[in-house]
Structures are given as structure tokens and as C-alpha cells.
Design a protein around this ligand. Sequence first.
Ligand code: 7TS
Length: 418
Amino acid sequence: MPVKNDSAIIQKSIYNVEKIRKDFPILQTFVHGKPLVYLDNAATTQKPRFVIDRINHYYEKINANIHRGVHALSQEATEEFESARIIIKNFINALGKNEIIFTRGTTESINLVASTFGKINVHEGDEIIISHMEHHSNIVPWQMLCKEKNAVLKVIPVNDSGELITEEFVKLISPRTKFISVVYASNSLGTVNPVKTIIDIAHQNGIPVLIDAAQAINHIPIDVQELDCDFLAFSGHKIYGPTGIGILYGKINHLEAMPPYMGGGDMISKVTFEETTYNELPHKFEAGTPDIAGAIGLGAAIEYVKKIGLDNIAAHENELLMTATESISDLKGLRIIGTSKNKIGVLSFHLENIHPHDVGTFLDFEGVAIRTGHHCTQPLMKRFGVPATSRASFGLYNTKEEVSILVNGLKKILEVFG
Ligand code: 7TS
């Protein structure tokens, strides 16, 4: 069971969910004649009018390429793009804006580190540690690197509640451990991992750490200097921003030492056929024309979230999680997958003898959008002995009424299929 958070009570009076819902045009949508109940926020979040307007404004009034024009539009586009970088730098409290690299998302950010940092620091017989609850995007890039280098991938096990077993993690560390990459909050279980402890232990052993913050970024305030992580990856679309844009944060000393990821325009300082010198950070890792509107949209999304306050959002979502967890706990044949005390608003479950796809399809006809499947965490599904789960995930605009609609839908499913 998730733990009741005192701040949930304190903040309730100032959290006006009905007012917040009006900021999101898509929430007026009807699906199969029923009002949309969007509970697939771990897959992607909806976008507020504030973000949509900023993207439209960019294309209607500013559109130009960045870092290369003397004309007014190009300068304005560059200014907006670089302002977004500063908003993001401040949001995660990076030391400098040169530590903020725009990528296409979490997946690209992790691949970038595996390909560049991994290329120069991981050698035959070395070891990389990940956990059993990683998304495929924090498994496959490291597996590919290990194959290429003849290195070894080690996995931190999880217990039956879906928590990392820290004592086992410590045992996995050896003099050959060159890198650790772990998820802050699990997309399939909701578990919030003790990443600060993992980072501290890793650093005592001289090992750098990447944190996959794809699911944490919109629930947990992150201060990269306090965490002391070496790298942090997240996607814009999970924090009410656009798809196709994301962030890699890296400590400046690592980024300086790493070779470029892709070659092309903007990442160079000087090119001759004999030799190329590379641009300064962060541009060294930003080859080609980026998603300019996406970066501006992400900056706007972060401004929006900051205005409501991450602590308030987390308290609201925690209340929804507790209500939902309590309401479904005694449904016959329902097993919750992921029962850690410390969770974000993710509720995965399995109904005995009913395929998750049937659950998802049935709920869809009630207007309820959840995700069913392996959630790109196949090894984790295997660990819990299920091929897939049904997953409801809460966002800042969800309500207790929506939780009731979900629960009533599940009761109907049990009547029909049970
Ligand atoms: N890491 C975690 C923990 C994630 O939840 C996801 C996406 C990713 C990495 C990859 O992010 P991307 O933006 O690069 O694709 N998770 C999900 C999900 O749970 N359902 O759809 C996408």
C-alpha cells in the first residue's frame, strides 16, 4: 500500500483540479460516447493550452533556424530555444546550461551515454550494473555496448513488493564495475528507488551513475547537484510537453571528455577534409537542426508545472493512488503488481483468467484509457510471472470521480468475464 502523505491533506485546499482540467483542451473529448478518462499518463501526458499556444506562436511568428542567422527571426528563435535550456537547467538545478543537452527523449539520451561514455570507458571484462525493473531503453543500449566490448551486464534484483534489493546491489559492485544505470521511478510498478543511496555507494567505489528520470520528472522534485548523479535522462512528453524532445543532463567534466555522438552541422567548430574540431558544449552533442518548437514547448511545460508546484502535484496524485489502491484491493482475483510503500501514481494489476487486452478494450468502451501490455519491461513481467499487466497511471488533472469510473469498470469486467 502506498503511504498516506501528510502534505496531501495540507495542500488539498489550494489544489483546484477542476480549474486545472480547463487548461487541457483534450479533456473535453468523448470516446465511444463517454467522457474521456485519461489514465495513461505514464505512456504520455496531455498538453495544456499554455504549451500548445507557445508551439503555435513559434510556428506562426518566429519560425527560423537557430545559431546561424543574423536576421531577426533567427535571432529570436535562438533566444527562445536557449531560454528553454535555462528553464530546464534551473528546474533540475544543474550547475550550468552547458550541462543540458537537447535530445529526442530518454531513449536517445541513454543511447548517447552508452555510445560515447561507454565507448571510451568500458573495455573487455568490465561490468555495467542496471536493475531488474528497467525500461527496455535502459537495458538494450547497455546490452549492445556489452556485446561490442565483451563486457558483462549485471542486474540488481527486485523483491516481491517490486523494490530493489539494496544489499544485493552492494554485492554486485566489483573493481571491474564501470557504470551504473538505474531508473528513478518504475513505469510498470510505480516504485520510487533509493537513487541517492545508490549514487552515494557507487561514488564511494568511484563509479559514475545515470538516472533514468522518465517517470520521476513530473512527480518528484529533482536537484541534480544534491543527488550528485553523473547523468540524468528524461522526456518532454511525460511532463506535459511535446513528444520528440528530451534532455540529457551530464556533469560538465564527463561531457567534456566524451566524444561526439553524431556528426553534422552545429556540432563543429571547424571542418576541413583532413580534420574537424568540435563545437563547445552543449552544441558538441546537438548535431543538425533540432526540434526547436519542441524545446520551446518543453520550456513552457516546465513553467506550467512549476506554477502548480511539483509537491502539490505529487500530493494530489498520491491521494488518487491511495484511493484507487484501496478500492481495487478487495476485488476478487485482482493482484496488484508493485506494492512498494514509496510509489508514484502508477497502479499495475493483473486479473486472474482475464487477459489484460480484454481489460483495456472493455475499459476503452467506458471512455477509460489505460495501458495494457509489458510496458517495455519484459524481464520485469517475467519476474512477476505475468505476460502483461493492466496499468492505470495518474496525472495532475485526474480526479477521484475518474478513479470511481475506473473501479466501476473493473467491477463490470469481473461480472462479465469472472
Ligand atoms: N524509461 C522509462 C522509465 C520510461 O517509462 C520510458 C517510457 C522510457 C524510459 C522511454 O521514454 P521515451 O520517451 O524515450 O520513449 N515509458 C513508456 C510507458 O511506460 N508507456 O509508454 C512509454
